[in-house]
Write a protein that binds this ligand. Structure first.
Ligand code: A3P
Length: 305
């Protein structure tokens, strides 16, 4: 769907940036509130595969990997439409017309579906647990995650104003940003994998050895990847390939929604970019909070490779 060709459907002048409203103690962009009951009644199907992440942890990357695995490494087959049309973002309210809400989009889609969500584990619609759907979760270290989220707030008109970097970091640490506490998110999803079919991956591992992590994903999906297909997938899901691909780089969204002249969606794609943003004091503060809030979880994040 070419949104640029239908500018009348989205009026940037009347579009105000979101404010945050809490749902069960977790802040979300306010539009989600009136959509909540519909979302909670979402009808998952047993063969759905859900991709879940904290925002900016590498969602688009794992989405493209999963899609390429499902299509046997054939980029042409994946490239029939932008990634957000291939995989409904289930909690997306119907704010970007003519795009339907994530729930409507998913309801119309034939099985097997691949779905995307950023919901914390306790707020996932219950049917995903009832149907025992497979879930792939990707976690990224807090420092790179918050930097990426900060830039995203600048370019996405669907997010609240971020304030300056110091303020944004404070709000991130306090969990007072959209989709809530990163610490709770990564920790509670980690604990959930002991009672549900969840493949828990790390952005840093994907960066270090993409082929190995792609194999894990394929195995989880119950598929075998011949070496030639694996090579294709590694090549087409590299950062530079996805940055150049209009079907994965979000350039198909109008700048009135996502202004990539401010910062590209595919921004850096590395481990350790946080070093260019954090002061020494901020880095130590976040290390301390991570150590405290993740203590005893068994979770360990790498902030450099
Ligand atoms: P940066 O802002 O640090 O560059 P999401 O898809 O969850 O919104 O995450 C976006 C982040 O993942 C961005 O991080 C983006 O550059 C990075 N990313 C997207 N595709 C990638 C890829 N193929 N390899 C590495 N990083 C990727």
């Amino acid at each position: 769907m070419d949104l640029e060709s239908r500018p009348g459907d989205f009026d940037p002048m009347s579009f105000k940036r979101a404010t945050l409203e809490e749902i069960e103690g977790v802040p979300f962009p306010h539009d989600l509130q009136k959509h909540w009951d519909l979302l909670q009644g979402f009808k998952a199907r047993p063969d759905d595969l859900l991709i879940c992440t904290y925002p900016k942890a590498g969602t688009t990357w794992i989405q493209q990997i999963v899609d390429m695995i499902q299509h046997g490494g054939d980029l042409e087959k994946c490239n029939h439409s932008p990634i957000y049309e291939r995989m409904p973002f289930i909690e997306m309210p119907p704010v970007i017309k003519p795009l339907p809400s994530g729930v409507e989009q998913a309801d119309k889609m034939p099985s097997p579906r691949i779905l995307k969500s950023h919901l914390p584990v306790q707020l996932l619609p219950p049917s995903f647990w009832e149907q025992k759907c497979k879930i792939i979760y990707v976690a990224r270290n807090a420092k790179d995650n918050v930097v990426s989220y900060y830039y995203f707030h600048h370019i996405s008109k669907l997010m609240p104003e971020p304030g300056n970097w110091d303020e944004f970091l404070e709000n991130f640490i306090a969990g007072k940003i959209a989709w809530g506490s990163w610490f709770d998110h990564v920790r509670y999803w980690w604990e959930a994998k002991d009672r549900h079919p969840i493949l828990y991956l790390f952005y840093e591992d994907m960066k270090e050895d993409p082929a190995k992590e792609i194999q894990k994903v394929a195995q989880f999906m119950g598929l075998e990847l011949p070496q030639s297909v694996l090579n294709q997938i590694v090549q087409h899901t590299r950062f530079d390939s996805m940055k150049a691909n209009p079907m994965t780089n979000y350039s198909t969204l109008p700048s009135s929604i996502l202004d990539q002249s401010v910062s590209p969606f595919m921004r850096k794609g590395i481990v350790g970019n946080w070093k260019e943003h954090f002061t020494v004091a901020q880095s130590e503060q976040l290390d301390d909070v991570c150590a405290r809030l993740l203590q005893g979880s068994g979770l360990n994040f790498r902030t450099q490779l």
